[in-house]
Design a protein around this ligand. Structure first.
Ligand code: COA
Length: 253
């Protein structure tokens, strides 16, 4: 993990296996999420992969001999790590530099914003290995791009390029490989410079709201809105607007 200007960059670093997610890499990711959660100096996270992959899926070598109990346990562990990342108290940007297949695509989908390199490839090829996606793919893909397009991708295992992912709404933007990390850093810096109480409340509203009915979700939003009025940043920013002055930096409280 590297941290700079309140932005932590996490790099999946198992390039010889295209960052395939084995139990050890999942544990490392889990530990990194815990460290970031507790570090108030980190406002935004960028997640990327070393080499030519973001992550080429769960580790097939590790899974080959699993029985039903072990398979279920591995899926539950991966899901718990991705769920923690998705609900981390700070925004996470996936900078998808290459293959994001299977668990790699599922990991990118657990992030809040996805930026892709022109070289990125997305897909859920599990069906061709005789399994279902196991780290949330059958649930997050339809929530992001809708059911018909998801069904096709999930049932065929077809791998798509960055432009198609953009058209489907799976990624927010596509950049050249050289630009990708700088663009992610720029976006992260912009978010990191906002008042962080509001940033965190917004993320929580979107995340929690997506899981409940609209009236419950609106109640979350009302709570979050109220919380913001207890911050100095709200008072300072609104006063500055009315006095036609700019605020240099926020207090994040
Ligand atoms: N699990 C374990 N190892 C993996 C892996 C995975 N999901 N994906 C890639 N690797 C390993 C390969 O076995 C190979 O290891 P080796 O050099 O020891 O033989 C190395 O990463 C490089 O992969 P390789 O297949 O040689 O690269 P490629 O450029 O020819 O193909 C992919 C790249 C991504 C198309 C191909 O590796 C692939 O299809 N991977 C599996 C994708 C998948 O089905 N993911 C879902 C898993 S549930």
């Amino acid at each position: 993990m590297a941290a700079n200007e309140r932005v932590a960059t996490l790099t999946l670093n198992r390039p010889d296996a295209l960052n395939a997610l084995n139990a050890a890499l999942l544990r490392d990711l889990d530990a990194a999420v815990s460290r970031i959660e507790d570090d108030d100096d980190i406002h935004v996270v960028i997640l990327t992969g070393a080499g030519r992959a973001f992550a080429a899926g769960a580790d097939i070598g590790e899974m080959l001999a699993y029985n039903a109990v072990e398979g279920k346990k591995f899926g539950a562990y991966g899901n718990s790590v991705f769920y923690r990342l998705e609900n981390l108290n700070k925004p996470v940007i996936a900078a998808v530099n290459g293959f994001a297949l299977g668990g790699g695509c599922e990991l990118a989908m657990a992030c809040d914003i996805r930026l892709a390199s022109e070289k990125a490839k997305f897909g859920q090829p599990e069906v061709g290995l005789g399994i279902t996606p196991g780290f949330g793919g059958t649930q997050r893909l339809p929530r992001l791009i809708g059911s018909p397009a998801s069904m096709e991708l999930l049932l065929t295992g077809r791998v798509i390029g960055a432009e198609e992912a953009l058209r489907l709404g799976l990624v927010n933007a596509v950049y050249s490989p050289d630009e990708l990390l700088a663009k992610a850093a720029g976006l992260a810096k912009t978010i990191a410079a906002q008042p962080q109480v509001a940033v965190r409340q917004i993320k929580q509203c979107v995340r929690k709201g997506a899981q409940v009915d609209l009236s419950t979700a609106i109640a979350f939003e009302a709570e979050a809105f109220g919380v913001c009025f207890s911050t100095e940043d709200q008072k300072d920013s609104m006063a500055a607007f009315l006095e036609k002055r700019k605020i240099d930096s926020f207090k994040n409280k």
